[in-house]
Design a protein around this ligand. Structure first.
Ligand SMILES: *Cc1c(COP(=O)(O)O)cnc(C)c1O
Length: 371
């Protein structure tokens, strides 16, 4: 049984996970078939991690168990007021058969920040990482080889049964895992993006800087509008002046200029992506100037036309880096670098992936080996 504790005592906390392997593991042939072409987010492993929180009792009942339903009372708080946060990271199989996690400490920290903003209980970072490692260990046979990976989805819901509007006194933290194929087969195809002029994603003081499900719910109408206009993704503008580029529904953006410098929108109302942060570090190390500065849609269009802008790309854990080829808006369309994938984007992409899979040295301490 898991032991319980309340708060960090003298800076260290521990919680034992009760490991209960499933009585009905997926049969080998079935698993092999599922791993052949898993796509994204539809195939799941046999287990999940669960940790519960109760006000006054703290985190308790940490378990790894057979993946299954949560029984939820219809009055469970998350179903009404959307107190929910999540994370996304991957486990990568190295060529020596070992398994890497990429910067899980950064996800753990961001998860605490998200919890704080949403007035939820903050899960100690050690428990976040331990839950992930235990799940990867028990489900290691589900990690695809090659360019595939095991996508890990830690999340937390408000589980108190109460319709009053207040922070929940109970939470369920869980981690599920989903084998995913290479996001792009045969290298990333440039994406087209739609500039949302009707909808915004985040306002100053709002929740744009944290990873809560509600941000996604609010972005889906704009994403649907992008698809109606023949685009792959939506890009949001700032909510005040409606002219500064913020980010896509679930990815940050970068611009590459003819002098070799990069720029990316500053933190605040955008999600502080771990891929974004890693790209800034790698580009600076390579001697490039990286500016975190506001950039307008009009300037983007003008720089694309004059040739000052060479590349634009989106980035996030799922797709790593996606070059942006075409930008469409109600006030006209434009193309970047002839709609082709740029060298800087592709170079950074390879550098990052090589670190993640352990093919390049980890000079930043970003890799945590599970095996
Ligand atoms: C998760 C997310 C990102 C990307 O973050 P990574 O840590 O790089 O995966 C970017 N924007 C939004 C809105 C996100 O939710």
């Amino acid at each position: 049984m898991g032991i319980s504790f309340d708060k960090k005592v003298d800076g260290s906390v521990w919680l034992n996970f009760d490991i209960q392997p499933t009585a009905q593991p997926t049969e080998l042939q079935n698993r092999v078939d599922k791993l052949k072409d898993p796509g994204f987010g539809r195939v799941f492993t046999d287990h999940m991690a669960i940790v519960r929180y109760e006000h006054g009792k703290g985190w308790h009942s940490a378990k790894i168990e057979s993946r299954g339903n949560f029984p939820l009372d219809p009055a469970t708080a998350v179903l009404h007021y959307a107190q929910e946060i999540f994370e996304g990271l991957k486990a990568y199989k190295r060529s020596d058969g070992g398994v890497n996690l990429f910067r899980p400490d950064a996800n753990a920290r961001r998860f605490r920040d998200s919890a704080d903003r949403m007035a939820m209980a903050q899960l100690p970072e050690e428990i976040f990482i331990e839950a992930i490692e235990q799940l990867v260990r028990i489900d290691r046979d589900w990690i695809p080889g090659g360019e595939g990976s095991l996508y890990l989805r830690p999340f937390m819901i408000a589980s108190e049964i109460f319709l009053g509007v207040k922070p929940s006194a109970e939470y369920i933290f869980s981690v599920i895992a989903s084998p995913v194929g290479s996001y792009f087969k045969g290298g990333p195809a440039p994406v087209s993006i739609w500039v949302s002029e009707n909808y915004t994603r985040a306002a100053i003081g709002g929740t744009g800087g944290v990873k809560c499900g509600g941000n996604y719910a609010a972005s889906l109408r704009a994403q649907a509008e992008a698809i109606e206009h023949g685009c792959d993704q939506v890009v949001f503008l700032d909510a005040v002046e409606r002219k500064y580029i913020e980010e896509l529904g679930g990815m940050n953006v970068f611009f590459v200029f003819e002098d070799g410098s990069l720029s990316t929108p500053p933190l605040g109302t955008i999600l502080p992506g771990i891929t974004r942060d890693s790209i800034i570090a790698l580009a600076r190390e390579a001697g490039r100037t990286v500016r975190e500065e506001a950039y307008t849609i009009d300037q983007w269009r003008a720089d694309a036309a004059s040739g000052k802008l060479k590349e634009a790309f989106a980035c996030g854990t799922a797709a790593v880096i996606s070059p942006i080829g075409t930008v469409r808006s109600a006030s006209g369309d434009f193309t970047i670098s002839g709609g082709a994938a740029g060298d800087v984007a592709m170079g950074l992409r390879k550098q990052l992936i090589d670190i993640q899979y352990g093919r390049a040295p980890d000079t930043h301490g970003w890799i945590r080996k599970v095996f």
